[in-house]
Write a protein that binds this ligand. Structure first.
Ligand code: CFM
Ligand code: HCA
Length: 542
């Protein structure tokens, strides 16, 4: 039976805030937005601000965003963590970023967790000597092209100069690019600051240093795709079939040399804007490579993104190939969709994930006839919510106050716009949107709730109040939600599933979601307030 229950978002918002002290409620109210009717304006939401101490946030730290998210998926850079061992151990292979390295392109260091294992004495007397020794040991063991050093919280507090150590070791080796990231966990309000730090350093130390001359046709960089559950493999399969050459993915299934030659692409295609927009902008400023927003989550979105790439190149043969790939791939996706549609239509979902998936995955739920009644990011900025159009007063990188900005000057010798300014202007006139995209808010229905930096308490309260058919978030939310009798799908690690990108990914997702929202097992589970009425005082809607 389909749920027809009406709910009042104003009341739900009040209920979410009711238990907070007045000051906390006032702050949280600005991060909970009721998506209301609007004419050509997008409502404002507060985002990328400090989590209120005491609240159990879903967020992670700056080190996680730098070492885990951006550099984690590159197979042939040795990642060395300068910090206590726990920082390494708890970040060891938790992200399901896959690689084809060792088969196709050589070295794979992703399975290692290298750390300086700082002790109390290093905190007191300084850890630079220990770091230099660890870099030497990593070099002797692996002879890698590159070693990247990541600082965790104590390093910043005691002031070890990791950049000086990296520079010295680089000069000593001569054949190994050693560079460091000041990505101490506390540096920003979330993972997001870590993306920025990672992007700056890859750009400064690696991009443009490659010797190899790329000469393939239709060269793109795929920015913000991390090959979780094999998503990147599926996207590459489709791109290759279309005759588009992906020369560098930042950073799913990537190698050092891909980053080093990324400056030779014709076009950058940005999947996850939040994590990599900095590289996209710097590639454009320094090398004249324009960027467009793409999304390969959802079958229709995949077809649309391929066509967008085709539109940029303006090549009749390429466009014809893209059309034939779409025509070949879509029908079998549609057969699967039609099979599950009667069972998924009308079901409701909530999505609270990272900085782009809470938006992108709404495409797949729409294809399933499901409604996203509440969604939000853990750490995205206002532009990810409100869109990147010209919004007066919107400061795009609010977290840059914490982070050293790198000056990027167009290099007259390297600046080769792949299209003339006239050609670019013509494309724009024909409707090609560079750098522009709609944010999460505009794509959601009215009277839905958009909530930034959702926390443990609010997640449980939301589920209790709105009883969604499915809740999507990460590992920290997984079991507390399931214990409430609601199926939970991890949209970070995909649990053990995936890929969900591209055409094959859409089919996988339809099957998985059908299975989850139609399983009867959840109905047998009793939520704490159902099993123990004495708990109801803390759970029930007063
Ligand atoms: Fe981009 Fe990501 Fe995401 Fe992200 Fe992440 Fe991730 Fe994510 Mo987890 S880069 S913002 S920092 S799409 S690790 S692959 S799933 S929170 S929504
Ligand atoms: C991170 C990585 C993470 C965590 C996922 C989760 C990922 O933020 O450090 O909480 O389940 O995708 O692996 O986002």
């Amino acid at each position: 039976a389909q749920r027809t229950k009406q709910w009042d978002p104003v009341q739900v918002k009040e209920q979410l805030l009711a238990k907070y002290p007045a000051k906390v409620a006032r702050k949280r109210a600005k991060q909970i937005l009721i998506n209301e009717a609007r004419e050509n304006t997008t409502p404002e939401i507060t985002a990328n601000v400090r989590t209120i101490p005491g609240i159990i946030t879903m967020r992670g730290c700056t080190y996680a965003g730098c070492k885990g998210v951006i550099l984690g998926p590159t197979s042939d850079i040795v990642n060395l963590v300068h910090g206590p061992i726990g920082c390494s151990f708890y970040a060891w292979l938790t992200r399901r970023n896959q690689t084809s390295a060792s088969g196709e392109h050589g070295e794979n260091f992703m399975t290692y967790a290298l750390s300086t294992d700082m002790q109390e004495s290093d905190i007191i007397f300084g850890g630079e000597k220990k770091l230099a020794a660890a870099i030497q040991e990593a070099y002797d063991l692996f002879h890698p092209k590159s070693i990247a050093v990541f600082a965790t919280c104590p390093v910043g507090l005691i002031g070890d100069d990791i950049h000086a150590v990296a520079r010295t070791m680089k000069e000593k080796f001569g054949d190994c690019n050693v560079f460091a990231f000041s990505c101490e966990g506390y540096k920003g309000v979330s993972q997001s600051a870590g993306h920025h730090i990672a992007n700056n350093q890859i750009f400064r130390h690696v991009v443009g240093t490659g010797k190899k001359q790329r000469s393939e046709q239709f060269r793109i960089n795929l920015l913000g795709e991390y090959n979780i559950g094999g998503d990147g493999f599926e996207i590459d399969r489709i791109l290759t079939k279309c005759g588009i050459t992906n020369i560098a993915t930042f950073s799913g299934n990537s190698t050092y040399d891909q980053f080093a030659t990324a400056n030779q692409a014709d076009l950058s295609c940005v999947m996850c804007h939040r994590s990599i927009n900095y590289v996209a902008d710097m590639l454009e400023t320094k090398y004249g490579i324009p960027w467009i927003k793409v999304n390969f989550i959802g079958a229709a979105a995949t077809a649309k993104s391929l066509r967008k790439i085709g539109d940029y190149f303006q090549d009749a043969e390429l466009s014809a190939r893209i059309e034939s790939v779409v025509a070949e791939e879509l029908p079998s996706v549609e057969v699967q969709r039609q099979q599950v549609l009667p069972r998924t239509t009308g079901k409701t979902a909530m999505l609270f994930v990272g900085g782009s998936r809470a938006h992108h995955y709404q495409e797949l739920f729409k294809e399933l006839g499901m409604k996203t009644i509440s969604a939000g990011y853990e750490f995205a900025h206002r532009d990810d919510y409100e869109g990147r159009h010209v919004i007066p007063g919107l400061k795009v990188d609010a977290d840059s106050r914490n982070i050293e900005e790198i000056e990027v000057q167009p290099d007259p010798h390297l600046y080769h716009p792949r299209k003339s300014p006239e050609q670019l202007a013509q494309l724009q006139q024909d409707g090609m949107a560079f750098k522009e995209y709609d944010g999460l808010i505009a794509d959601m229905d009215e009277r839905t709730l958009v909530i930034d930096d959702l926390n443990q308490y609010e997640a449980e309260k939301l589920v209790e109040l709105l009883k969604p058919d499915l809740f999507c978030a990460g590992i920290k939310e997984k079991y507390s939600i399931q214990k409430l009798g609601v199926p939970m799908k991890q949209l970070h690690s995909y649990d053990s599933g995936g890929p969900y990108a591209g055409f094959h990914g859409a089919v996988n997702f339809y099957r998985e979601i059908d299975r989850l929202v139609n399983s009867r097992v959840w109905g047998y589970l009793k939520a704490p307030w159902q099993e123990h009425p004495e708990l109801s005082a803390t759970y029930v809607w007063e």
